[in-house]
Write a protein that binds this ligand. Structure first.
Ligand code: NAD
Length: 578
């Protein structure tokens, strides 16, 4: 493929896990910094070292280091620190930890501490945007077949790095290794899908208003797109944006979550065959994202995250009428109908997976179970038994079903919701604690009954491994309760009855309705939410359309004065539509 000269610094990085230093216990992973920057000035970066030492305690200390002037690309060392915590205080002792990563969510003997607060600096943001503008012009002119080849190459590189990426994601985010290996595969698949879809992307020819004319509808790239992502699927949710953004001929400015920056930064070697500046990875906090949202040169913003942040982004983007695609939170219902009495074990196991996958930290986690009274007791008993058998533990262990949650704050929110429900009369049948782990952000898969409908556990997003189960009189009540929510991301139904399935598919107000197969994504099927769960769709044809402009081109082949021009007072009326 055409590869423009590399005038700017490149987004490249490596991340591996060398053995720890036998004396200090410190493992150092070298990554190259990922945003386009000149690297010509020394900069002091302040890091926040955070030690998460258990469900309730967290220590923080600030730490600065200076990056010397260096040739591009900047290099930032990232240390994986083998648990150097002081056993008395459970804090990191003072020390010269060169760099940091996000806190490890598990109680494995590794602490990741990372936060590059306030980076990249405004000048680096600016350098990245200018490089992206240059690269995008060239990329948009690259034939679709060549762009497709480059995207297939991204996918191949990801697959080749599956083990490395999955391990890093597990250590950083706490999702079980097996789920992260899956995520790498799905991520690669999104690049393959959009590589091919964009090869056959179409505008259309429409009937002209006069026979001497040709009228076309063209699809063009937006230009620059900011891709702002959360921590729960740090690669996949980036790929659902980045792959169509690039396939459509745009450049991308990507902002990983501050909780999982390394996972996203480690993708850089999979992208470094692309033109310089076409993809920038800008690690940092909300301020880095906000700078992208406010930048007039950024044509579109693709965001996945919380409703609160999405609302803020929508408000700011509206001030300059920038395009937004928002994938936000959910409170997905899971309906179990009376007709699956014979398969209640299957429905219970499907429900447990839908509720506890990634420790319930999936935007489409099943968070409200509405079960027909006719099968309620059997469903509950099968669900509780299955939940008791799940293995909660070290996410690096292939036998682990449920790992730790990502952070102390996320866990604390779940604890608050469960405690409030219990205070309001709910019962915890299983779980509700740290599953025997004194350290790490573990929260055992939890089954709750008797939660009043107005508690947050049944109204607000939980984003943790909790399944509140509610008996209902029948399908009418189940659909009514399911729809009585400000969210509308996904919905699940277990039924054998075709009429019930079709009714649920039509009446449930959700972007995806899964019948008898919870949470399965399909690259070709649009994904997104209704109501407060978002605006726009990712994946499928819709996911490509989101990053394209539509242009109407009107060509007149005859150069002649039209009857309907000045002076008025005679001649024909304009053709329809003029
Ligand atoms: P979050 O909203 O806190 O952060 C998401 C991203 O936005 C992060 O990269 C963050 O740094 C950035 N950000 C924060 N403030 C910003 C600002 N003012 N301007 C621009 N960017 C800013 O969300 P989170 O805690 O990382 O993720 C969890 C949430 O994401 C949950 O609510 C979950 O439901 C949602 N989610 C939705 C989907 C979906 O497809 N609908 C998928 C996964 C997660």
């Amino acid at each position: 493929m055409a590869s423009p000269a590399r005038t700017a610094s490149r987004a490249t990085a490596t991340a591996s896990s060398p053995p720890p230093d036998p004396v200090t216990g410190v493992r150092t992973v070298t990554t190259q910094h990922l945003y386009d920057a000149t690297g010509s000035e020394a900069r002091t970066i302040t890091m926040r070292l955070v030690t998460a030492s258990g469900p309730d305690s967290q220590c923080e200390t600030s730490h600065s280091f200076t990056l010397e002037p260096c040739p591009c690309p900047l290099t930032v060392n990232v240390a994986l620190i083998e648990d150097p915590r002081d056993s008395a205080t459970d804090c990191l002792p003072p020390g010269d930890y060169l760099a940091a990563a996000s806190t490890t969510p598990s109680d494995a003997n590794t602490v990741f501490v990372w936060s590059l607060d306030g980076t990249p600096a405004p000048d680096q943001h600016d350098a990245a945007v200018r490089a992206a503008l240059r690269a995008q012009r060239e990329w948009a002119g690259t034939p679709a077949a060549e762009r497709a080849e480059a995207l297939h190459e991204v996918a191949a590189r990801m697959r080749a790095r599956t083990d490395e990426l999955a391990e890093l994601m597990t250590r950083e985010g706490g999702k079980p290794l097996v789920e992260n290996r899956d995520e790498v595969g799905w991520t690669a698949s999104a690049f393959d899908f959009y590589a091919e879809l964009a090869r056959s992307a179409e505008g259309r020819v429409i009937p002209p208003v006069e026979s001497s004319q040709l009228a076309l509808v063209l699809k063009e790239p937006l230009g620059l797109v900011a891709c702002i992502v959360p921590w729960n699927y740090p690669l996949l949710l980036l790929a659902w944006k980045l792959a169509p953004v690039l396939a459509a001929g745009n450049a991308a400015l990507c902002k990983p979550s501050e909780l999982t920056p390394l996972s996203t930064l480690a993708l850089a070697p999979c992208l470094d065959h692309l033109p310089a500046g076409l993809v920038a990875l800008l690690a940092g906090g909300g301020d880095v994202g906000e700078r992208l949202v406010d930048d007039e040169r950024v044509d579109g913003i693709a965001f996945t995250g919380s409703v609160a942040t999405g609302t803020r982004i929508a408000e700011r983007a509206a001030r300059r009428i920038a395009r937004v695609n928002l994938e936000l939170g959910g409170k997905d219902p899971f309906i179990v109908c009376a007709d699956v009495a014979a398969e209640i074990e299957i429905a219970a196991r499907g429900g447990a997976w839908a509720a506890f996958l990634n420790a319930g930290q999936v935007c489409t986690s099943a968070e409200r179970f509405y079960v027909d009274r006719a099968v309620y007791d059997d469903f509950l008993s099968a669900f509780v038994d299955h939940t008791r058998g799940l293995k909660v533990g070290d996410p690096m262990d292939p036998a682990t079903d449920v790992g730790p949650m990502v952070s102390a704050a996320q866990r604390a929110k779940v604890v608050r919701q469960v405690e409030a429900a219990v205070a309001a009369g709910a019962q915890v049948l299983v779980g509700g604690d740290g599953a025997g782990h004194a350290r790490g952000h573990y929260f055992a898969p939890t089954v709750v009954t008797g939660a009043p409908g107005e508690t947050d556990l049944l109204r607000e997003e939980t984003f943790g491994p909790v399944a509140p189960i509610v008996p209902v009189a029948g399908l009418d009540e189940a659909i009514e309760l399911a729809n009585a929510s400000p969210y509308g991301l996904g919905a699940n139904v277990y039924t054998r009855d075709l009429e019930t399935a079709i009714r649920c598919a039509r009446e449930l107000r959700a972007g995806t309705v899964w019948i008898n197969d919870p949470l399965t994504d399909n690259d070709a099927g649009p994904f997104g939410g209704m109501k407060r769960s978002g605006v726009g769709r990712e994946l499928g044809q819709e996911g490509l359309d989101a990053f394209q402009e539509t242009k109407h081109v009107h060509i007149e082949t005859k150069l002649e004065v039209k009857d309907w021009w000045y002076p008025y007072g005679g001649g024909d009326a304009p053709p329809h539509g003029a």
